[in-house]
Design a protein around this ligand. Structure first.
Ligand code: N01
Length: 537
């Protein structure tokens, strides 16, 4: 990729991360005439879609929507082969876009960033890579991903295990063959639910270690319907506009009538209809589906019945059905044959609530009920989301204050884009924005478009500095909390609230008021008030 590693060390902007966000940022920075460098720790571009290349990995937002909208040429030229794109296809798409716009010449691979330090006298950032190289820039932009730092699970004896250990979030580039092997998968979130059916097809024996069952709806993935694709390509602009008017940048046909005011038989029909369609649209049947207790109970019971109906053994079914929380409180999963996998002879569900995991052993694992022999262990155990990637970089703002310290009580931010005390620093799709509650590619574009307008404004003022006003940041945090408190997510423990990482539980990692409202708010903060929430000098 870029072979100009040591030629230039000073840039208008440095972007950290070459996933969807980093690539589009580079494209817009070039349009502004900024000198820019993208630093990527992976050995390929693609971010999430480079690292999470486990068998079965697939996006659960439809391919025609989970793609860049900024270039109609790209939209027309690229052909998605399936309703939900697989990880290899998304990676090929990202590469296609990077080649088309000649982005790679400004990207350095294998260039993890160790620190970013703000120099108050020069009002510039010094960015240091893990191999000790220093660069400096006026503006630093973190496009580091929301789910890019895996959590190391607390499993006693992991080091003692003599078999192979694979992580879904860091899967080897070479294909892994599980034929003839005894495998255990730990974790039943979106990653586990995708990897389990794929491993089950190969492995001699598969143990699925489940701690908390999740709700999963069918994906019904299928080859792309040519008529559907033709319609989208002919009307892409309208489809994108309609999606941007929703609360998540995604066309889920959101219901408008309150579930509370809808008779139960009618609700049942609507749920059935949405179940047949498949995908994440299930929870958008009614605007109060995750707010009203009765409606939520009905939707949860409906999915519980559907799950149970897929499993031959009623005892296994009872273990797979979530009972402790309502649908929508945690990230809904989308599966292609996950539940049916438990009807296979070679697959055993190990319910860690009935038989807690005691430890790994040299050749297997031990629960309070039994010892199990395995050859390979697959960890699908989740991420230190939202802030994990940012606090692992030694980011220091005004007065040398580490971001990690500033965020010891929560990720204070203004507009989900900036942090008071950290001038000329921007975060993309991270804490304080709708982030993973939306179609991320479009949310990323909305962030980058805001950033580009802001940088254009600063450029027109002689490359001025920008910094969030602390009082505006405090108001934004209160706003995030009050939005969160209205939701079921707030009352349910999951990685959405940081509950999967010790000491991290928090309520305001995301803006929960909908992407449409969010875009209105950040646009108003820029246009209507002429960046009045910021100090610009
Ligand atoms: O991670 P998770 P993920 N012992 O945190 C379990 C996106 N994504 O990688 O729930 C035993 O959801 C943990 O158990 P519990 C998507 O946004 C998207 O699966 O804490 N178990 C849980 O079951 C998704 O939500 C796509 O009780 C342990 C699992 O590990 C997000 O990424 C595909 C354990 C972790 O689930 C994260 O999903 C994949 C332990 N010590 C991911 N520690 C698509 O687009 C953890 N667990 C389709």
């Amino acid at each position: 990729m870029s072979d100009s590693r040591s030629e230039h060390t000073s840039f208008d902007a440095i972007v950290v991360g070459a996933g969807f966000a980093g690539l589009y940022t580079l494209y817009r920075l070039r349009e502004l005439g900024f000198s820019a460098r993208v630093l990527e720790r992976g050995s390929q571009i693609g971010g999430t879609w480079y690292w999470n290349r486990y068998p079965g990995a697939r996006c659960d937002v439809e391919s025609l929507q989970y793609s860049y909208s900024f270039s109609d040429e790209v939209q027309q030229e690229w052909h998605w082969t399936e309703r939900f794109a697989s990880q290899p296809e998304i990676l090929r798409y990202i590469d296609f876009v990077a080649e088309k716009f000649d982005l790679k010449r400004d990207i350095e691979l294998n260039a993890g960033v160790k620190s970013a330090v703000f120099d108050e006298t020069r009002e510039r950032w010094t960015v240091t890579t893990e191999d000790g190289r220093q660069m400096d820039c006026r503006y630093v932009i973190f496009a580091t991903g929301v789910l890019s730092v895996p959590v190391e699970p607390s499993i006693p004896g992991l080091d003692a295990f003599q078999g192979k250990v694979y992580r879904t979030s860091k899967w080897p580039e070479a294909a892994v063959d599980f034929a003839g092997r005894r495998v255990a998968v730990v974790g039943t979130g979106s990653s586990g639910i995708q990897v389990v059916p794929a491993v089950a097809q190969q492995a001699e024996r598969l143990f699925v270690l489940q701690r908390t069952p999740n709700y999963s709806v069918p994906g019904y993935n299928a080859p792309m319907d040519p008529d559907f694709e033709r319609d989208w390509k002919a009307n892409y602009r309208e489809h994108r506009q309609q999606a941007a008017a929703t609360r998540n940048n995604n066309l889920f046909r959101p219901g408008t009538a309150a579930g509370r005011d809808t008779p139960p038989e009618e609700r049942e029909r609507e749920f059935e209809e949405r179940w047949k369609t498949g995908g994440l649209g299930f929870t958008y049947a009614y605007p109060d589906l995750t707010l009203d207790e009765e409606v939520n109970r009905h939707a949860s019971d409906f999915v519980r019945r559907k799950i149970a109906g897929k499993i031959n053994d009623p005892e296994v079914a009872a273990r797979l059905v979530p009972t402790e929380y309502g649908i929508g409180g945690r990230r809904l999963c989308v599966d292609n044959g996950y539940y049916e996998t438990f009807n296979r002879e070679n697959v055993t569900l190990v319910d860690l609530r009935e038989q807690p995991l005691v430890s790994m052993t040299e050749h297997g694992f031990r629960t309070q009920a039994a010892d199990y022999a395995i050859d390979d262990l697959v960890l699908a155990t989740g991420f230190d989301a939202f802030t994990g990637a940012l606090v692992r970089i030694d980011i220091r703002g005004r007065g040398g204050l580490p971001l990690k310290q500033k965020w010891s009580d929560g990720p204070a931010n203004y507009l989900g884009l900036t942090v008071a005390g950290f001038p000329n620093m921007f975060m993309l799709a991270g804490p304080g924005s709708p982030s993973v509650l939306s179609n991320m590619v479009i949310s990323i574009e909305q962030h980058v478009d805001w950033l580009a307008a802001c940088l254009g404004y600063l450029k027109s003022r002689d490359n001025a500095s920008i910094e969030a006003r602390p009082e505006e940041e405090a108001k934004w945090v209160d706003h995030l909390i009050s939005l969160a408190q209205k939701t079921l997510i707030f009352r349910t423990k999951s990685w959405y609230t940081g509950a999967n990482v010790s000491g991290k539980d928090n309520s305001y990692f995301m803006y929960m008021g909908g992407t449409n409202n969010y875009v209105r708010e950040i646009t108003a903060a820029a246009d209507a008030s002429d960046y009045g929430g910021f100090i610009i000098k």
